[in-house]
Structure formats: structure tokens, C-alpha cells
Write a protein that binds this ligand. Structure first.
Ligand code: FDA
Length: 582
């Protein structure tokens, strides 16, 4: 039977994973269609923390400035506050999301981009609008039903919810970006580790002007330690800023074994009143929904011509703000590989590197996000707040920290330590930026893995070792200042070398696919006036780095090639291996 519609890549889902896959593929000129179940993009805020790596991806895809313009800026994100309610007692704060002066310095050194708070209902239109403008065909109210694949492609049956009928789309590749209940991942039989439904949670979105309690300690997150706050949920009650300071989202737990409460407006208002602690402030409930905390990750991200990305492959709580970030990064890893396989430049073997590179990251972030929930318990413990007790007892325990006794001083110290330890959730710069890949699309240079000098979750450590993201350094070109990251990407491979690297540059010019060449040094197209690149590059002037379209170093040679032939042999060998031809 002839399919009704034909395309190169069919994407199921228009969330962060699907929309960014569409955006990257359309940017690279790959024909693609997105089908999505509902009649609109996300209509609630959902994921919001947007880390530097994601902003780098968006910078390469040309939408960074639009996101910056719409997002809450970094300096308003970072006074993560622990309190008994917004109007109640404050127990302490953590400077978060790069707002600690030392971490801020690390953020500025690590990337040309800044973290920001971009709620999902604002992010999805930016990604999808740009994708559609560049060629993506988007079908709302269209539900994925099933697929059949053969040696040449995938035939997908979808249901048009407007017409009520089904039709088929034939694609060379299918991307399942259909979220935490992915039917595509299930139909593809992707093996999963971990478990779903670990705890119950409720999101309540509401309007209320809370400036009185927040503007003086601006933050994306206010954590409430109140009676009931350790039941289910994500460690404590959470009042999250959607738009400063009049649109909010509360996360409140429920006992998953008892089932979700009836989400009436009265119930939502009572939760809001409890966490805000001020009955005088007018509140308008906009929506309530129940969800579960999951701890699940796919061990394999693909089956034949079917690839999954985003929550389809990693399901975890919002702690550390990794959901949308990891989803966008998955799509960015996959898109350039599909493009090179589709245009015949690379062997389909290149696609195997998608699981090899992203599955370990998925597992790591699922583990991190769930661990972060557990790390809130010591804050309660410091207040003797974990054992079953009446609200009066909890308030008395909390009040006890104000006494002039040795026991109270100890309690104050424990509380400070417990709150400070939450940097692993709120300032984990290494979790955001230290993703390293090992796969057939990375050519090891024989150097031993030096590991990390400091805690790899907290501190970013740049390196140009193959498998790492290209280090960021500010360089110049004439009067223009730009990041080394701005010289790579745009769907191309890039060779970076310096004075004395002429053999590498000539070898690069002879390759297929086309490799852009960047020469950094005095009198060259790019200069290194601060000496930052010389400090970070870990190669001599005559050495070379080959950077993939996703900004990852795939090949490194520390010194000048022994001869032009040597450069040609080494670089050709590396490119063939990366593309899966060797
Ligand atoms: P996502 O779930 O965003 O998108 C899935 C897409 O697939 C949707 O477009 C859907 O319509 C479509 N789809 C599904 N099945 C389909 C089918 N059969 N046919 C066609 N289309 C189909 N994270 C966080 O950090 N903080 C938070 O507060 C929240 N809150 C939150 C609330 C709610 C209600 C949800 C659902 C999720 C969150 N999250 C969150 C999680 C966060 O939203 C999530 O990590 C990312 O959206 C994952 O992006 P994906 O693109 O992978 O899936």
C-alpha cells in the first residue's frame, strides 16, 4: 500500500525534545514532519531552568537571543529560600544557579551564554516557530498509533483527531519524542531500567502578586517546610516563580499508594494558602494536575530506524532542572548524525553513537535528580521534623533553633550545613557542563583520562580531550570578540589549529564532508589577545582539534603533523572512523 505522506524524518511530539529535533533538522535542511497529540504546544509552564549547555545549543541554532528576551534572567533566579511559608519564618538560603560570586565566575569562564529561567510554555513556541520557519511541517491534533519498519524506512500510522480518520506517513527515520509515557519507546521495545511512580506530586499554577515576599530575595524556587511537606513530592513543598512576581507554580506531594486527591479549586486554594501563608493576597487558580516522581531510563535509545529522545528515554523529577535541558541536548546530538547519514556522507553506523553517548548521560541525570530529593531530608532532620508528629510539635522544633542553648547552636549549625549541601541541586555546574562522550564517533588520542580535579558534579572542568565539549575562550577577529564555540557548529565539522598547523589545514580542505578551518594566532583570521585559548587548548600551536557539528572534540593531535602526508593520513583516518566508514 502506498503511504499517504512521505518525508525523511518523522518526529512524534512537539515538546522540548521534538521541537528542538525539528529545529536542528530544518536548520540542516533535512525534510521533517512533526505530529503532536494536542491542539497546541505546552499550555502550562512545566520545565524552566535552562542551563548554559542548552543555551549554547540554542545559540548555535540561532534562537539564543529570543530566549534571553523572554526568559527570567539569571540574577533573579538565585536566592533559593527555605521557609515555613512565604509569609512565615525564613530558615536559610542557598545562592543558586550561578549566583554565588565564585560560581558566577565559573559560569562566565565556562561559556559565552548565561543560564536563565525559560518556562516550557514560552520555550516551545520559540523552538517550534523557528523550526516551521525553516521548513518543518507541523500537524497538531495528530496522534501516533503504530509503526512498522523495514530495511529502507518506517511506515507510521497516525490518527487525525479533527477528521477522526487514520493515515500513514512513510519516513526514513522516526524520532519518538513523545514524553514520559512514550508509546514509540514501548513499541520499539526499548529496554528500561529503574521504576515509575516512586512518589506522587501535584502541580498547581496560579496568579498572585507575591512581590511582598519575594522581590527582596529574588528566586526561582522557595521551599516550604510545613506539616505534610515530606509526604510524597520532591522533598518539600515548592513555590516556583513562573513570571516575577505574579505567576506561580506550586509542587505539593501526595501519598502515591493512596492515589491523587480530588483536584478541586478549593483543594488547590487550600494548598496555596498553606504555602503562601497570607490569606489576604488574592489568588487565581489556573490549573492543577497530578504527576508521579519517576526514576527510569532507557538502556538503548534506538531500534533500527526508530530513535527516542527526551522524557521518552529518561524520566525523573524536576530537581536540578534537567528535563528540558537533557531533552534538547539529546535532539542536538542526534540531528547532525541523521543529516549526515541521510545525505550519504556517513554510514548508518554513526547512529549507533547516539545511544553510546546519550544513554549514560540519561542514567546519570535520572540518578542525580532523584538523589537531590533525598538530600532535602537533612534540612528537616536538622529541625527534628522527620518523625511523625503534630504540626504544633514541628513548629516548636523549628522555634527551638532560636534558643540560647548549646543544643540550639548545634541545631543552627546542622541546619546551615543541610541547606548549604543543597548546592548539589541548585549549583551543580559540573552536572550541567561535564558531559563527556565515549563512542565510535570519538577518536581517542591515547592520553589517559585525567579524571576531575574537583567534585565533577559541582565544578566544570574544560578539556579539549576527545569526547569533551570544545572549551570556551574569548577570541577576536578584527574588532569582533567571539567565543571559540562561535567558530564551530552550524552543522559542520571544524578543524581548529594555529601557526604551524598548515598541514592540518590542507588535509582538512581535502576532506568530504567539507570541514571549516579556524586558525588562531597573531596575524591570523582569529587572534587570542587574552591568551585564554593558549591556556585552555591543551595542544601546541601546530596541533589540531577536529570538532563535530555538536561542538564536541572528536579528534586531537597535540603537535604539528610529522609531514603533510601524515596529517592527511591521520585526519582522513579520523574522519572515516567518526563517520562509521572505518
Ligand atoms: P514532553 O512531555 O514535553 O513532550 C511530549 C510530546 O509528545 C508532547 O508534545 C505530546 O503532545 C506528544 N505526544 C505524546 N504522545 C503522543 C502521541 N501518541 N502522538 C502524538 N504526540 C504525542 N519539569 C521540570 O523541570 N519542572 C516542572 O515543574 C515540570 N512540570 C511538569 C508538568 C507536567 C504536566 C509535565 C507533563 C511535565 C513536567 N516537567 C517538569 C517535565 C518536563 O516537562 C519534561 O522533562 C520535558 O518536557 C521533556 O520534554 P520532551 O520533549 O521529552 O517531552
Amino acid at each position: 500500500v502506498e503511504p499517504d505522506v512521505v518525508t525523511d524524518v518523522l518526529i512524534v511530539g512537539s515538546g522540548p525534545a521534538g521541537a528542538s529535533a525539528a529545529l536542528a533538522l530544518s536548520t540542516y535542511g533535512v525534510p521533517n514532519i512533526v505530529v503532536t497529540r494536542y491542539a497546541s504546544l505546552a499550555d502550562t509552564p512545566r520545565a524552566h531552568i535552562t542551563n548554559q549547555r542548552t543555551m549554547e545549543v540554542l545559540r548555535d541554532l540561532g534562537v539564543e537571543q529570543e530566549v534571553v528576551a523572554k526568559a527570567t534572567p539569571q540574577h533573579l533566579m538565585g536566592n533559593t529560600t527555605f521557609c515555613t511559608s512565604l509569609a512565615g519564618e525564613e530558615l536559610g538560603r542557598v545562592r543558586s544557579w550561578g549566583n554565588d560570586p565564585l560560581v558566577q565566575g565559573a559560569h562566565e569562564l565556562a561559556s559565552p551564554t548565561r543560564m536563565c529561567d525559560m518556562p516550557q510554555h514560552l520555550m516551545e513556541p520559540v523552538l517550534m516557530d523557528a523550526a516551521v520557519a525553516r521548513g518543518t511541517r507541523l500537524r497538531f491534533s495528530t496522534v501516533y498509533k503504530s509503526f512498522v519498519q523495514d530495511a529502507d524506512g518506517v511506515t507510521v500510522t497516525v490518527e487525525d483527531r479533527l477528521r477522526g480518520d487514520e493515515y500513514t506517513i512513510r519516513a526514513k527515520y522516526l524520532i519518538g519524542a513523545d514524553g514520559g509515557r512514550s508509546q514509540v519507546a514501548e513499541d520499539a521495545g526499548l529496554p528500561m531500567g529503574g521504576q515509575m511512580g516512586v512518589a506522587g506530586s501535584i502541580n498547581i499554577v496560579f496568579d498572585a502578586d507575591l512581590s511582598k515576599y519575594t522581590a527582596h530575595r529574588p528566586s526561582t524556587l522557595y521551599w516550604v517546610l510545613a506539616p505534610g511537606a515530606t509526604v510524597g513530592g520532591i522533598g518539600a513543598g515548592l513555590v516556583r516563580c513562573v513570571r516575577p512576581w505574579n505567576e506561580w507554580l506550586i509542587v505539593w506531594g501526595y501519598d502515591v499508594t493512596a492515589g491523587a486527591p480530588d483536584l478541586t479549586t478549593e483543594y488547590a486554594e487550600s494548598v496555596v494558602r498553606g504555602l503562601v501563608g497570607d490569606d489576604e493576597i488574592p489568588v487565581t487558580i489556573k490549573s492543577s494536575s497530578a504527576w508521579t516522581v519517576n526514576e527510569m531510563y532507557a538502556e538503548t535509545y534506538s531500534n533500527g530506524r526508530v530513535f527516542c529522545a527526551g522524557d521518552a528515554t529518561h524520566r525523573h523529577p524536576p530537581s536540578n532542572g534537567l528535563g528540558s535541558n537533557t531533552s534538547i541536548q539529546d535532539a542536538y546530538n542526534l540531528a547532525w548524525k541523521l543529516r549526515l547519514v541521510l545525505d550519504g556522507t556517513a554510514s548508518p553506523k554513526l547512529l549507533d553513537s547516539y545511544t553510546a553517548e546519550r544513554a549514560p548521560i540519561g542514567k546519570q541525570i535520572v540518578t542525580r535528580a532523584n538523589k537531590s530529593i533525598g538530600e532535602t531530608a537533612p534540612v528537616f532532620e536538622a529541625l527534628d521534623g522527620l518523625s511523625p508528629q503534630t504540626p504544633e510539635q514541628l513548629w516548636a522544633n523549628i522555634a527551638a533553633r532560636k534558643e540560647d542553648t548549646q543544643a540550639a547552636e548545634k541545631q543552627r549549625a546542622r541546619l546551615r550545613e543541610a541547606i548549604a549541601f543543597k548546592v548539589y541541586e541548585f549549583n551543580a555546574h559540573g552536572v550541567d557542563l561535564n558531559q563527556r562522550y565515549a563512542s565510535a564517533a570519538i577518536v581517542p588520542d591515547g592520553t589517559p583520562d585525567p579524571g576531575f580535579d574537583r567534585d565533577p558534579e559541582l565544578y566544570h572542568q574544560p578539556t579539549s580531550r576527545p569526547g569533551a565539549k570544545l572549551p570556551h575562550a574569548w577570541i577576536t577577529s578584527g574588532t569582533r570578540t567571539l567565543s571559540t564555540l562561535d567558530t564551530v557548529g552550524q552543522g559542520r565539522f571544524t578543524l581548529i589549529t594555529g601557526i604551524g598547523g598548515g598541514d592540518w589545514a590542507r588535509a582538512a580542505a581535502a576532506q568530504d564532508p567539507e570541514i571549516a578551518t579556524v586558525v588562531i594566532g597573531p596575524g591570523q583570521e582569529y587572534e587570542d589577545p587574552y591568551g585564554d585559548w593558549a591556556r585552555l587548548s591543551e595542544v601546541s600551536d601546530g596541533g589540531a582539534l577536529l570538532v563535530r557539528p555538536d561542538g564536541y572534540v572528536a579528534f586531537r593531535h597535540a603537535t604539528a603533523a610529522a609531514s603533510p602526508e601524515d596529517a592527511e593520513r591521520l585526519l582522513t583516518g579520523a574522519v572515516r572512523r567518526i563517520l562509521g566508514h572505518a
